[in-house]
Write a protein that binds this ligand. Sequence first.
Ligand SMILES: *[C@@H]1O[C@H](CO)[C@@H](O)[C@H](O)[C@H]1NC(C)=O
Ligand SMILES: *[C@@H]1O[C@H](CO)[C@@H](O)[C@H](O)[C@H]1NC(C)=O
Ligand SMILES: *[C@@H]1O[C@H](CO)[C@@H](O)[C@H](O)[C@H]1NC(C)=O
Ligand SMILES: *[C@@H]1O[C@H](CO)[C@@H](O)[C@H](O)[C@H]1NC(C)=O
Ligand SMILES: *[C@@H]1O[C@H](CO)[C@@H](O)[C@H](O)[C@H]1NC(C)=O
Ligand SMILES: *[C@@H]1O[C@H](CO)[C@@H](O)[C@H](O)[C@H]1NC(C)=O
Ligand SMILES: *[C@@H]1O[C@H](CO)[C@@H](O)[C@H](O)[C@H]1NC(C)=O
Ligand SMILES: *[C@@H]1O[C@H](CO)[C@@H](O)[C@H](O)[C@H]1NC(C)=O
Ligand SMILES: *[C@@H]1O[C@H](CO)[C@@H](O)[C@H](O)[C@H]1NC(C)=O
Length: 876
Amino acid sequence: MFFYRSVLFLSLLFTARSLNQDGLFLQRVKLGLSDPAHSLSSWNERDDTPCNWYGITCDNSTHRVSSVDLSSSELMGPFPNFLCRLPFLTSINLMNNSINSSLTDDIATCKNLESLDLSANLLVGSIPASLSELSNLKLLNLASNNFSGAIPAKFGQFQKLEWISLAGNLLTGSIQSELGNISTLQHLLVGYNLYAPSRIPSQFGNLSNLVELWLANCNLVGPIPESLSKLTRLSNLDFSLNRLTGSIPSWLTGLKNIEQIELYQNFLSGELPLGFSNLTMLRRFDASTNHLTGTIPIQLAQLELESLNLFENRLVGTLPEGIAKSPNLYELKLFNNELTGELPSQLGLNSPLKWLDVSYNGFSGNIPGSLCAKGELEDLILIYNSFSGEIPESLGKCDSLGRVRLRNNRFTGIVPEQFWGLPQVYLFELEENSFSGKVSSRIASAYILSVLKISKNQFSGSLPMEIGYLGKLIEFSASDNMFTGPIPGSLVNLSTLSMLVLEDNELSGGLPHGIQGWKSLNELNLANNKLSGQIPDEIGSLQALNYLDLSGNYFSGKIPTQLEDLNLNQLNLSNNMLSGAIPPFYAKEMYRSSFMGNPGLCGDLKDLCPQEGDSRKQSYLWILRSTFILAAMVFVVGVVWFYFKYQNFKKEKEVITISKWRSFHKIGFSEFEILDFLKEDNVIGSGASGKVYKAVLSNGETVAVKKLSGESRKDNTNHSSEKDEFEAEVETLGRIRHKNIVRLWCCCNTADCKLLAPAAILHQVFHLCPYELLIRNPEFGEKDLVKWVCATLDQNGMDHVVDPKLDSRYRDEISKILEIGLRCTTAFPIGRPSMRLVVKMLQEAGGMGHKPEADKNDEKPSPCYNEEVSDQGSLV
Ligand SMILES: *[C@@H]1O[C@H](CO)[C@@H](O)[C@H](O)[C@H]1NC(C)=O
Ligand SMILES: *[C@@H]1O[C@H](CO)[C@@H](O)[C@H](O)[C@H]1NC(C)=O
Ligand SMILES: *[C@@H]1O[C@H](CO)[C@@H](O)[C@H](O)[C@H]1NC(C)=O
Ligand SMILES: *[C@@H]1O[C@H](CO)[C@@H](O)[C@H](O)[C@H]1NC(C)=O
Ligand SMILES: *[C@@H]1O[C@H](CO)[C@@H](O)[C@H](O)[C@H]1NC(C)=O
Ligand SMILES: *[C@@H]1O[C@H](CO)[C@@H](O)[C@H](O)[C@H]1NC(C)=O
Ligand SMILES: *[C@@H]1O[C@H](CO)[C@@H](O)[C@H](O)[C@H]1NC(C)=O
Ligand SMILES: *[C@@H]1O[C@H](CO)[C@@H](O)[C@H](O)[C@H]1NC(C)=O
Ligand SMILES: *[C@@H]1O[C@H](CO)[C@@H](O)[C@H](O)[C@H]1NC(C)=O
């Protein structure tokens, strides 16, 4: 027994002794790290050398460690300074771990280091200036950490550095002009930091070996310096997301090796330079969201571009034909300019065109039949132009199409059969054109369709029952057409349907059986058709319903009392043949216009129905008489009111008088009712601009009232600009009918205060969400905003979503608010936070320091809801 033990002991001692010095240092490295994924399990003390360990490379002849690559190994803990004890180490790669310390000057003892990659970790503190003492260093990657402070000026002393990335940190100060001293530099990537406003250092023009210059989101101001014209080896130039002014310099067209130019989201003005013809390598050009004027140069369109983005400028003229010859063009986004003329007739014939968006221009002519010749077209977005003619038959074979948006053009004719049934289409928008003919039953094959909008056309025939097979349909609007026949019974199977708008057609028959299947239905508008039969009691089970308009039909029978189970924002049963009593909850004066024009309807609302026994003549007389009396009363009251008002005005009494009251939607309460609720007890939130009160009105509705604090100022100029702002906001909010935005019901403007009364719509769930306020508008679609945000967030990170006008120092707050916004727009109301929680979250977001995100492509899981219901963000 004893013998056995000692043998074991001896053998352990023996193996431990055999590990060489490099191995022993690496064991110390291992001890300092936490390794939950057991990435370092092969780092075995019993080996002679570490040369076969995971991540270790040795020199073939000396067997000394030359490289340590522990990237993406889920390691945690401080930076392992013991690595620098390895005398022949030339490369350290700890990319994508959780190294969470700061870097110390000890790093300078890694003196043979040629490559140091610590990107995507949790490193904090300042960047040690001593790094520049590593005279052999060629690559330094510290991107995507939380380094703060300024870039060390000593970095100008690097001897051999070719590649430096400090992108995506919390660096402040300005971009060091000393970096322009590193003549060996080929890649300079320092974007996405928190620098103070500064100009592009003209010294960068000295970096004659530079291939890549990435200064996106660096708070750059002023013009692009002339000295950069010397960077003739440049292949990738990215100045996007800054505040650069001046014009796009003409010397840019002399950078003959350039492949990619990103200038989007700046304040560049003037015309695009002409001489692009020498840039034969240019593949991507993006100068969108600037103030560019003039035309698209013919030379630019003659290059072999893969991607051309010039959206959101003020460009005029036509799209040069030459663009159609570019063999690899897959992305063409020109929306929101003032472009005219026709699209090149061969567009798409020679290239794998994938994303075409020329919305909001003055384009005319036909859709080129070749757009999908290579079978790659996913986005066909032509909204708000003057395109005409028919949809080419060839597009019916374009199975790759995902978004078809042709709204507001002058298209005519019959939509090709196959075009209705494209298998990948999820957004299909033909609104506001002059299309005719039927909706084809082939629509059944568009089985992932979630938004189908064909309103305001001249479609006719009956709606195919196949629409009811589209199990992912969320929104179907076909109003203002000439549809006849019944509402297909199959529609009740659409449990995700949120919006069904079929008003102003000639539909007949009754509501289909089984409408309780519309579990998500939010808006049902069947007004002005020829529908008949009873309104089924099941209507009361549509828990999500808040907009119900069945006016202008032939519905008969009793109004189901179950309507009282709903929280309706809008109800209209006017102009039908309904009879019997009005459900007690609705039998109130303010709902009068919801029930008018139903001859058989009676109830507590006595004068709504004709008085029994009265002859027609008598009732007319009665109406005439009462109108006269009413008018007289109004006159007298008016005169008296005016008198008192005038007296008050003269005395300048300190009472709240409503000088201006405007309602934007039909409301069932008066301003005076609201005033009663402006007490401390009812405060549910407050902000810089005033307090928000909860008001429960006599009609049972709950609204939020915002009282904007504005001292009555005597200073006239000040007052008028403030007033303008208020007026402007009110105008906008009042006009918007977007369900993601709190609906502004009304406002009043008094000498002492300003009140806004947005609707609060469902129970205590209060949808005061910051939504749209943050977002930059990519292509002006109103309905798929949430989807767009989610998709862009996932693919490109927050900066592609957030309005660039927002101060990037508040990135973190913005990100939090964005998150809150997304939670508020979860498809189903039940998943959304209550107002109380929203307020809490907003307060928390507001209380944070001004720190940005760690990385542009931050991979934080977004709270976006799942794909099945994601195509529509407009559910309330
Ligand atoms: C070292 O040896 C390995 C395997 O024998 C070989 O693949 C590698 O190319 C060698 N490296 C050098 C630098 O000689
Ligand atoms: C980062 O590491 C994790 C864990 O090993 C891995 O799943 C992920 O793909 C890595 N990410 C990148 C960008 O390499
Ligand atoms: C770094 O990570 C380790 C392991 O997760 C943890 O124990 C330590 O507290 C962290 N240190 C800091 C400064 O966050
Ligand atoms: C510029 O580079 C030279 C040579 O590499 C070096 O001697 C000098 O100190 C550097 N200047 C700055 C300001 O970094
Ligand atoms: C670097 O550029 C600046 C300004 O463009 C210039 O004044 C300076 O002489 C240049 N330095 C070197 C070493 O070329
Ligand atoms: C294109 O390059 C040629 C030859 O280098 C040169 O002569 C010409 O001026 C260049 N054109 C433009 C528009 O820069
Ligand atoms: C609804 O769907 C079920 C199951 O797919 C089907 O059996 C039924 O016929 C459908 N109802 C209508 C009215 O189409
Ligand atoms: C209901 O519709 C009629 C027209 O059919 C309209 O006059 C009335 O104002 C509407 N009522 C409401 C509450 O929208
Ligand atoms: C890095 O900075 C971000 C943004 O300020 C912050 O949310 C995060 O907690 C920081 N991480 C570390 C490890 O300091």
